[in-house]
Design a protein around this ligand. Structure first.
Ligand SMILES: Nc1ncnc2c1ncn2[C@@H]1O[C@H](COP(=O)(O)OP(=O)(O)O)[C@@H](O)[C@H]1O
Ligand SMILES: [Mg+2]
Length: 433
């Protein structure tokens, strides 16, 4: 069996690592991969958004299964194109990938299917949006409101605005100065929700749907959830805030209504469905849907999963999710991202990374290092930094506290110039113990 993984981050390294555990002993390819993935899979020199090139490669190599990491190729219709050639690929078709690629579309779907989420208005002209911010009362309260660019903006298109001034600035940035390009042609203005956030990843075949372990990520750059938003500085799983009762509510009020509602419209959502949820006093409300594995949530979740990932992907592709019974390790996991100094702003790359083996030795069993922005050095084996988020260190423990102690012990051994990371990953989970 040959499996192709598309992408180059920590998420993809975790997927490759999980595939390596498969009893089917697949030959694993990854396009374009990174320094760590290069040791675990055969690197394919094609970018993740080169759909034509990837399809040609998959056909030529007779790839049996393709797993897509990032959203861009899904939004670009990679699943439709592979399917048309009879190739098995895990993920939603282009029309359904729009749930992530267009926030306005996603909100309209939620409204149509009665899925709880923040009150909102959609605007395609800056004048009307500015007019709206001048109203005396916007939603349930006056301010804050949330201004969101409609399209994909690499996690930077959402601004929480404390007052009218900030809202108007955000609108002008997106719609007049076009700082996110075409992604800001349309915007959504939303009611601001209060509560704790959690992520639920589920796998669907279009009819049936099964949830993976809950998780929580840490978007802000610095300790105490301060500083600018990033791609994610760490995650843990499961999230204690998602109690069994809450989990049932999320499945009954969000996940199944979406999958079933779409199916009634003859739209069969396949692949990973990621729901970003705000747990408000009134219950769970959707912040957004993503149509692929989360990064870094996946790095925390997959080491806990005992079930074969290949089985799970084929169950989705072949409409057999109802036959799957997921098995989990009775453990908790914490994932910490080691980033380049300056990230998410400007940073330098090309620094040598040391201590990776010592780190694994120090932490003992159940610790994993998933590479993100790294590159194998030409000459001799070692890796250098090659991006903003460089490494993900993940440890399992009997509970979050133990996992967290272990992961930071491992990190103490790892060094590269300018290395920066959060020392408080999991702090909200510890509060629940
Ligand atoms: N309506 C809202 N109320 C409160 N916070 C929000 C709201 N919408 C988004 N956020 C915050 O902004 C973050 C990013 O928003 P999200 O919709 O997930 O977009 P993206 O992940 O594409 O940047 C969320 O994780 C959440 O912290
Ligand atoms: Mg999000």
């Amino acid at each position: 069996m040959k499996v192709l993984v598309i992408g180059s981050g920590g998420r993809e390294h975790a997927i490759v690592w999980k595939l390596k555990q498969s009893p089917r002993f697949p030959k694993i390819y990854c396009a374009p991969g990174n320094g760590g993935i290069a040791r675990d899979a055969q690197i394919v020199n094609l970018e993740a958004d080169d759909i034509k090139g990837l399809l040609a490669f998959a056909l030529q190599e007779k790839i049996d299964l393709t797993i897509v990491g990032p959203e861009a190729p899904l939004a670009g219709g990679i699943v439709d194109k592979f399917m048309r050639k009879g190739m098995d690929i895990f993920g939603p078709v282009k029309e359904l990938a729009n749930l992530e690629a267009s926030k306005a579309h996603s909100k309209e779907v939620m409204r149509r299917l009665n899925i709880p989420s923040a009150a909102f208005e959609i605007f395609d002209s800056p004048d009307k949006a500015i007019d709206f911010t001048n109203r005396s009362r916007l939603f349930a309260a006056h301010y804050p409101v949330v201004v969101k660019a409609d399209g994909l903006a690499a996690g930077k298109g959402v601004v929480i605005c404390k007052n009218r001034n900030e809202a108007q600035l955000a609108i002008e940035d997106m719609m007049v100065r076009k700082v996110f390009g075409r992604a800001g042609e349309k915007i959504v203005i939303e009611e601001h929700l209060e509560g704790e956030e959690a992520s639920i990843l589920a796998v669907s075949d279009g009819i049936n749907v099964i949830a993976l372990a809950s998780s929580q990520d840490h978007k802000r750059a610095f300790d105490g959830d301060k500083g600018p938003n990033t791609g994610g500085m760490g995650a843990y799983s499961p999230a204690p805030v998602v109690t069994e009762v809450m989990h049932t509510r999320i499945m009954d009020e969000v996940i199944r209504p979406l999958i079933n509602g779409l199916a009634k419209e003859n739209k069969f959502y396949k692949g990973i469905l990621y729901a970003g949820i705000m747990l408000t006093k009134e219950g769970p409300k959707v912040l957004e849907f993503n149509v692929r594995f989360g990064d870094p949530e996946t790095q925390a979740i997959l080491p806990l999963l005992k079930t074969d990932l290949i089985d799970l992907c084929f169950a989705s592709i072949e409409d057999r999710i109802d036959e799957i019974k997921l098995e989990w390790k009775d453990k908790a996991s914490v994932c910490v991202v080691l980033a380049s100094g300056g990230y998410p702003g400007e940073y330098k790359m090309g620094f040598e990374i040391s201590g990776l083996e010592d780190a694994l030795w120090e932490a003992g069993s159940d610790t994993h290092i998933f590479h993100a922005g790294t590159k194998l050095q030409e000459a001799g084996g070692g890796c250098v930094t090659d991006g903003g988020r460089v490494l993900n260190v993940v440890s399992l423990g009997d509970d979050i506290r133990q996992a967290r102690d272990k992961v930071y012990k491992a990190i103490n051994k790892i060094k590269f110039e300018g290395m920066q990371y959060r020392k408080d990953i999991g702090h909200r989970a510890l509060k629940h113990h």
